[in-house]
Ligand binder design. Structure first.
Ligand code: ATP
Length: 477
């Protein structure tokens, strides 16, 4: 069984089967933007539903949906206006623009691949000590890191590039009307903390969860859905009494790891990466990384953020953001544990992990390659495919009846074209966990076969039991 060692097969499958298309492809596409097709939108929804259930089907977390455009002071308070930037460097020959830290890391990776581990190690040591843009520039020049486009080292200085997209509200486009497309969903939660706490009658510890689009004008977009300019995040801020941050951080780092494995992701493809350099306000931070075909990449960050964010909003808005215990008169600004995961990055991790090519018996002494998405059944875009063996002898009628029954509960596909083996392959490729075949026996004894995607085993069940059998499988953890 082979899994992915490059993104190419996945990109091709994603387009061919309607998971993901390039945004505005007929105009040549727009860099860093992707559209989810009929199957992709279902998989993405199922991932978001799994997160929403894990977060809000419990007593201490509620959800919100804040607007994308927020008061511009929000982003001054959060530090994004001043600091949400990446170091950028331009090559004067090719005019190509790069993120300076990525340029260095990619070069170190190439050195490592060539066996020049001493060079890679020297770079790693220097990178760990970087404090300023000038340090990054010095590394690029000292190691004569060339532009991948022109091959020259004809570089500009390293400068900061703010990643927020800005636009204007109202008809007058002046400084006073500037607003930003949110670069993260978290601030919508912080500014609503008091409203939510009071209206939902909550007291710390409690959490607020949100799923929504975020926008970052990334310098380089690459690796398909990994780094895009428009993406979806699923964030939860957990508000706690000061002094309990250690235990809650530990709790959430365990919970979030367990969530990824509950999606069916192989735990050997996951790792924890504690932050080596913490932000000045942070008490602890850890990323969960997934082993993509291009290497390890962050999918989620779990951060212990003290009362930094609420204090800043208190200062900038002039409004108290405290919890007051009416009985004891105790008052405090809650501390926060944040869990921040990309829905679209998780989508990609789930697809990468599910993608498998395997050699199977072709039936006549030959072998054939079967491509199968081994998605957890509850995540699969289509739950069941109904396949009448032939288009006569009462089979289409029985199949249509079953289709009508099943699609009250699940997404169902119906396929009559081609040999049954080919129809199974088509469903395997998009990860449909159950294929239900209507055959000659169905009309005489009311039974059908359910063929299971991963084992390719078939079981015969009564038509009346199909929904229950599938429903039980979907509920399995
Ligand atoms: P990175 O270091 O990869 O830029 P980050 O540390 O800035 O990510 P956070 O601000 O912690 O990311 O955002 C939380 C999550 O949002 C990330 O773990 C990732 O899953 C997702 N995310 C962030 N930026 C992007 C992007 N440009 N494209 C897709 N997903 C993203």
């Amino acid at each position: 069984m082979a899994s992915l060692n490059s993104l190419e097969p996945l990109l091709s499958l994603a387009k061919r089967k309607g998971f993901v298309f390039q945004s505005s492809e007929i105009y040549g596409g727009l860099n860093g933007c992707w559209d989810f097709g009929p199957l992709g939108v279902e998989l993405l929804r199922n991932i978001k539903d799994a997160w929403w259930k894990a977060m809000t089907y419990r007593a201490d977390i509620v959800g919100i949906d804040a607007s994308i455009l927020m008061h511009p002071r929000t982003w001054e308070a959060s530090g994004h206006v001043q600091q949400f930037s990446d170091p950028m460097i331009d090559n004067k020959t090719s005019k190509a623009r790069h993120r300076a830290d990525n340029l260095i890391e990619d070069f170190a990776a190439r050195m490592r691949a060539k066996g020049k581990t001493d060079v890679a190690q020297q770079i790693d040591t220097r990178m760990a000590a970087v404090a300023t843009n000038a340090d990054l520039y010095d590394i690029i020049m000292d190691f004569a890191i060339p532009d991948p486009v022109s091959g020259t080292t004809d570089w500009t200085e390293v400068r900061n590039f703010n990643l927020m997209f800005s636009t204007h509200v109202g008809p007058v486009a002046d400084d006073k009307s500037v607003v930003y497309l949110r670069p993260e969903t978290a601030q919508g939660i912080f500014v609503n903390m008091k409203n939510v706490m009071e209206s939902a009658r909550l007291k710390p510890p409690f959490g607020i969860a949100q799923i929504g689009k975020s926008f970052r004008n990334e310098i380089n977009t690459k690796n398909f859905l990994f780094r895009t300019r428009e993406f979806e995040q699923m964030e939860m801020q957990f508000f706690i009494p000061p002094g309990t941050e250690g235990e809650w951080f530990e709790y959430w780092r365990q919970e979030r790891w367990a969530w990824f494995t509950s999606l069916g992701i192989n735990s050997e493809h996951l790792r924890r990466k504690p932050h080596e350099r913490l932000a000045h306000y942070a008490a602890a931070a850890e990323d969960i990384e997934y082993l993509f075909p291009f290497g390890w990449g962050e999918v989620e960050g779990v951060h212990s953020r003290t009362d930094f964010d609420l204090m800043r909003h208190q200062e900038f808005s002039g409004k108290k953001l405290e919890y007051v215990d009416t009985a004891t008169k105790e008052r405090y600004v809650p501390y926060v544990i944040e869990t921040a995961v990309g829905a679209t990055r998780t989508f990609m991790a789930v697809l990468c992990d599910a993608y498998t090519e395997e050699e199977i018996d072709g039936g006549d002494g030959t072998t054939e390659t079967r491509t199968v998405l081994r998605l957890k059944p509850s995540l699969a875009p289509v739950t069941a495919a109904i396949l009448p063996l032939v288009n006569k002898d009462g089979m289409p009628e029985a199949a249509q009846q079953l289709r009508a029954d099943l699609q009250r509960h699940f997404r169902v596909d119906y396929d009559t074209s081609g040999a049954i083996g080919r129809r199974y392959r088509r469903q395997d490729e998009v990860g449909t966990p159950f294929c239900i075949t209507i055959d000659g026996q169905t009309t005489s004894d009311n039974t059908v076969t359910i063929r299971h995607r991963d084992s390719m085993q078939q079981e015969r069940v009564n038509v009346a039991d199909v929904a229950a059998v599938i429903g039980a499988r979907l509920l399995q953890p």
